[in-house]
Design a protein around this ligand. Structure first.
Ligand SMILES: *Cc1c(COP(=O)(O)O)cnc(C)c1O
Length: 394
């Protein structure tokens, strides 16, 4: 027998998964050849530092470390996060303006669930990190696209948002430094966004997962804008900052009412991040911080080198990569002659054995581009460039 109608409506509502066929082709290439180059995931390949692993190992021997953590994070963790923001000139009260996260993905999804009522609009940058859209739909919200276009430096045009839409909007999502376009946003943009949000009583959530992976100027936190804490929160994560994507640790900081709402939903869903992990990252932020800075800088420089190699290599063979401001991705416009990002990615996969992401996977304004991930060593990237040189227009 088969169960009938087991899925809740909120799952039925989710957009269908478009990549089953593409995934199947990838699995075939993987099984039949041993030369697949995977440039598809933003999963850091560099190991965490020996120091961080040491802190974690030491924490495992501490008394009571295996017990349930406090929901919002340990006092030491919240203070360390507050200190991290303070270094950037931002004042965050560790008692009521921080909440620990099991990675920022769950934080983003739960924040949307905590704030958005059925029928309320959410301003969604498009292209987007796919879980944003799923969360909006699961909450019954109405996604309203903010197109990120090359001619606007991949920034939303807030002036084009109609007041009638703004009035029924609950939340604006921003993701800078941006995945997948690798653009960053200037201060003036955040100032405009904060003014807009204050005017229309809208919450802004900045997904700042790549805040430390910048190549020109340091990324701006929305919380550094005057008046931002009245409307905004920042979600951040150690996944990319310290190469511990699998550890699942991040945080939300900013507006107290929003943090409280997020905390309320999380208290009903999870029981906090493993104390040993909180302890390890807390020590990274509070002990020998010069060394931590150095480690984060090293990670940044590694990606900068990889980015240079990829941008130069792709340009040399006649492609037109957009030079990233930040992140571990390259956003590449389709070569001439290609109409669909899916077709181009299928060609790269089946003919050249390179796995990349079609822009359409990040929303309709991602069409016309593919995303290339730089989470592979330079030797692999050089090999990939050689193969890309066969991707002649046609
Ligand atoms: C990687 C990433 C995150 C962080 O995910 P974690 O859950 O913290 O590991 C958040 N947002 C974007 C856009 C990302 O690419």
């Amino acid at each position: 027998m088969a169960l009938k109608n087991i899925k809740a409506e909120r799952l039925v509502q989710l957009p269908p998964y478009m990549f089953a066929d593409f995934d199947h082709k990838r699995d075939l290439v993987k099984a039949q050849c041993n030369d697949l180059i995977d440039l598809s995931v933003g999963d850091p390949d560099i190991p965490p530092s020996a120091r961080l692993k040491g802190y974690f190992r030491e924490a495992l021997n501490e008394p009571n470390i295996h017990r349930y953590p406090p929901y919002k994070g340990t006092r030491a963790f919240c203070r360390a996060i507050s200190g991290w923001h303070k270094q950037k000139g931002i004042s965050i009260n560790p008692d009521n303006e921080v909440w620990s996260l099991l990675g920022s993905k769950e934080g983003l999804v739960h924040l949307i669930m905590a704030l958005v009522n059925p029928g309320e609009a959410v301003l969604l940058p498009n292209p987007y990190f796919p879980c944003y859209l799923s969360a909006i739909i699961m909450a019954g919200g109405v996604p309203v696209d903010m197109p990120l276009l090359r001619e606007n430096n991949f920034l939303p045009d807030l002036k084009s948002i109609k007041p009638s839409v703004a009035k029924r909007t609950k939340l604006m999502l921003l993701n800078y430094p941006n995945n997948p376009t690798s653009a960053d946003a200037p201060r003036e943009f955040y100032e405009e966004a904060v003014r807009f949000a204050r005017k229309y009583n809208i919450v802004i959530c900045q997904d700042a997962a790549y805040s430390e992976m910048y190549f020109n100027k340091p990324a701006v936190s929305i919380l550094s804008i005057k008046g931002a804490k009245d409307v905004a929160v920042e979600m951040n994560s150690f996944s990319k900052m310290l190469n511990i994507a699998g550890w699942r640790i991040g945080w939300a900081a900013g507006n107290q009412q929003v943090i409280r709402a997020l905390g309320q939903i999380k208290m009903n869903i999870d029981s906090g991040a493993f104390l040993a992990i909180q302890r390890a990252v807390t020590r990274m932020l509070t002990e020998n911080t010069g060394q931590t800075q150095k480690e984060v800088t090293q990670i940044r420089e590694t990606y900068k080198r990889r980015q240079d190699i990829m941008v130069k290599g792709l340009t040399r063979i006649g492609l037109d990569p957009i030079v990233p401001d930040a992140t571990c991705f390259i956003w590449l416009p389709l070569p001439k002659g290609w109409k669909s990002s899916m077709e181009f990615c299928e060609y790269l996969l089946t003919k050249l054995h390179i796995h990349t992401n079609p822009g359409i996977g990040f929303g309709k304004y991602g069409e016309g581009y593919i995303r290339i991930s730089l989470t592979s060593p330079e030797s692999v990237l050089l090999q990939a460039i050689k193969r890309f040189s066969y991707a002649n227009p046609q």
